[in-house]
Write a protein that binds this ligand. Structure first.
Ligand SMILES: Cc1cc2nc3c(=O)[nH]c(=O)nc-3n(C[C@H](O)[C@H](O)[C@H](O)COP(=O)(O)O)c2cc1C
Length: 244
């Protein structure tokens, strides 16, 4: 696969479908080196990565279970047991956080979190390029002070996500994405009114949104634009890392 194809075929695979092998420490170090290529305004270096594998996954599960009991002392035993098991589905997890610097007004927290998100995406693509699949998850655990503290994150820091990595145990389809054209305008100046609502019928009956959008772009028409609804369907393929 060339680089663009790698980017265009990454797809998340849920932790329950991820099995060994996970990347070994040497491969993982390589993936993490790509994380540090994320754009880093002000050289803040906000990214923090905690690698959790082997028996440490059970400790993370215990932490999740205890955190649930702190949040909901009457949580049903089944829910607590589920929390205990949660990190053990995938062979490897990386707990990713942003240690936020607040004394640089030129680089607000959102930029540091965006940088950490970009770091995560680089790991996901590096893993994908090497035949692994990943899944990023947050949920209430990412905002739980007890869990954040266990990874050394303070109140102003962000636990950005739990990134699970492994090999898909079955063939996985690549999730479809809508046509990129639907998300793009060729901006040529301020919108006369808020960007709008409707691509219109520039191409007439029977033309596809892609054709209409393409024609609108070529003609520099941006004023009758409608951002897409969710759920348009492009081509399907299969995850190249899946075992066949
Ligand atoms: C920051 C972030 C947090 C997420 N948290 C969860 C989560 O807690 N649970 C979940 O099922 N999906 C979560 N997702 C979505 C999945 O990681 C994944 O993106 C989604 O299933 C769509 O798959 P795709 O990445 O192949 O489009 C999260 C995504 C992002 C970007």
């Amino acid at each position: 696969m060339d680089f663009i194809e790698i980017l265009n075929t990454r797809t998340s695979v849920p932790p329950k479908i991820l099995v060994e092998p996970a990347p070994d420490p040497e491969q993982l170090a390589l993936f993490l080196s790509t994380a540090l290529r994320a754009p880093d305004h002000g050289a803040i270096q906000p990214w923090r990565f905690h690698v959790v594998r082997g028996d440490a996954r059970a400790k993370l599960g215990e932490l999740f279970a205890q955190a649930l009991l702190k949040r909901e002392p009457d949580a049903p035993e089944a829910a607590v047991a589920k929390e205990r098991l949660r990190p053990s589905f995938a062979p490897l997890a990386i707990v990713v956080g942003a240690q936020i610097t607040t004394d640089n007004p030129g680089v607000p927290p959102v930029e540091q979190i965006v940088s950490t998100g970009a770091a995560i995406q680089n790991i996901m693509n590096a893993a994908h390029a090497s035949g692994y699949a990943t899944f990023l998850s947050t949920g209430i655990r990412a905002r739980d002070a007890h869990i954040k503290r266990a990874f050394g994150f303070g109140e102003t820091d962000e636990l950005v996500g739990f990134l699970y990595i492994g090999t898909p145990k079955s063939r996985q389809s690549v999730k479809p994405r809508p046509d990129p054209m639907l998300f793009i305008t060729q901006w040529t100046g301020p919108f006369a009114s808020p960007p709008v609502r409707h691509i219109g019928r520039a191409g007439g009956r029977g033309t596809t949104p892609r054709r209409r959008a393409g024609r609108a772009m070529r003609q520099g028409q941006t004023l009758r634009w409608r951002w897409p609804r969710r759920g348009a369907a492009p081509e399907r393929g299969f995850h190249p890392a899946a075992r066949r």
